[in-house]
Design a protein around this ligand. Structure first.
Ligand code: CDV
Length: 322
């Protein structure tokens, strides 16, 4: 028996600063209806899906900045999405900027939630790998101030949902092997990842032509090396003059792309994913208990010609060939 999960990518085209949340939620609801018509059980939306990608601006006024964050979820603007999920029996993953008051302190996170087909929040994830910079860098064509506007989250966890074991990550997390491995070590069978990736990489413009390739490379490697499905979903197209990649895709545990969005607009694509396809990878090539060598993964630090283990113990290094 196969545990099939029909997953929809709810790729969004650009959201301009003047677009209000109500109009974005209307677009998402339309996509959720289309996903349902195509047989989807769950739809994955991008990172920071409710507004334009505001970390591209250096914003000094706190009230102006706060306007991009959600202080509660659901709220008046997003409620229609939750109500539609309940009506259609379709779950969703949604990325948004979260402003929380914790221990009397204002805290900001780049967050994703997982919502059941009953319209209930069943898991929350706060982005761990925050790219970019914390100070204004006027030499850039546009800013990437995630390090200023968000705190890193505590880590990666899995949730039993949609008949399987589901993980969440956000955008830059997908470039890090650790993201998938930490989820894989918890038995993750499918990871949802929303992203906003400008084509232009200011510190490394020579990589601009590779931005789509690197996206897919990371998603495919993460899926294969951990025997899990990976669903990467973009906010794409030209937003406030900044062009972002599309290339949303669903990757099987084999590392093969089974579905891919073709535009840089609002687009829904669905794949029928057997969660049981993970097991053959998890039980053979990537049987972690049998084949991983955690004892060999300790950090080795080179200092002043000496080679030290992570705990500072000097190591005898064997020369190659000996
Ligand atoms: N939103 C992101 O995390 N974007 C980064 C950019 C800055 C490279 C990404 O890794 O796609």
């Amino acid at each position: 028996m196969n545990r099939y999960l029909n997953v929809a990518m709810g790729q969004l085209g650009p959201i301009q600063r003047a677009d209000d949340r109500a109009s974005v939620v209307r677009r998402m609801c339309e996509m959720m209806r289309e996903a349902k018509a195509l047989g989807a059980h769950v739809i994955v939306y991008p990172e920071l899906a409710l507004t334009t990608f505001f970390p591209r601006w250096y914003i000094e006024d706190e009230h102006e900045l706060d306007a991009f964050y959600e202080t509660e979820m659901p709220n008046a603007e997003t409620l229609p999405l939750f109500a539609l999920a309940r009506e259609l029996g379709v779950g969703f993953y949604l990325g948004y900027a979260e402003l929380a008051i914790e221990a009397g302190r204002k805290r900001r996170f780049n967050t994703a939630i997982l919502v059941s087909g009953q319209g209930r929040i069943i898991a929350k994830y706060r982005k761990v790998h925050l790219p970019g910079h914390a100070e204004h860098e006027p030499w850039r064509r546009f800013q990437h101030l995630e390090k200023r506007y968000f705190e890193p989250g505590p880590g990666f966890g899995v949730t039993r949902a949609f008949g399987g074991v589901v993980g969440m990550a956000l955008c830059n997390d997908r470039r890090w092997a650790e993201t998938y491995r930490v989820l894989g070590l918890q038995g993750c069978e499918m990871t949802f990842i929303g992203y906003n990736t400008p084509v232009h990489n200011a510190p490394a413009p020579a990589h601009d032509d590779l931005s789509l390739f690197h996206n897919q490379l990371a998603l495919q490697a993460g899926a294969y090396q951990n025997g899990m499905w990976v669903v990467g979903v973009a906010k794409a197209g030209v937003e406030e003059g900044v062009d972002s990649i599309g290339g949303s895709c669903i990757v099987a545990p084999s590392g093969e792309v089974v579905s891919r969005c073709l535009t840089k607009d609002d687009e829904v694509m669905v794949a029928r994913c057997s969660l049981d396809w993970c097991a053959i990878y998890k039980r053979t090539t990537f049987d972690f208990d049998k084949h991983r060598q955690p004892h060999a993964y300790g950090l080795i630090v080179e200092r002043k010609g000496e080679t030290l283990a992570a705990d500072g113990t000097p190591l005898a290094v064997t020369a190659p060939g000996h």
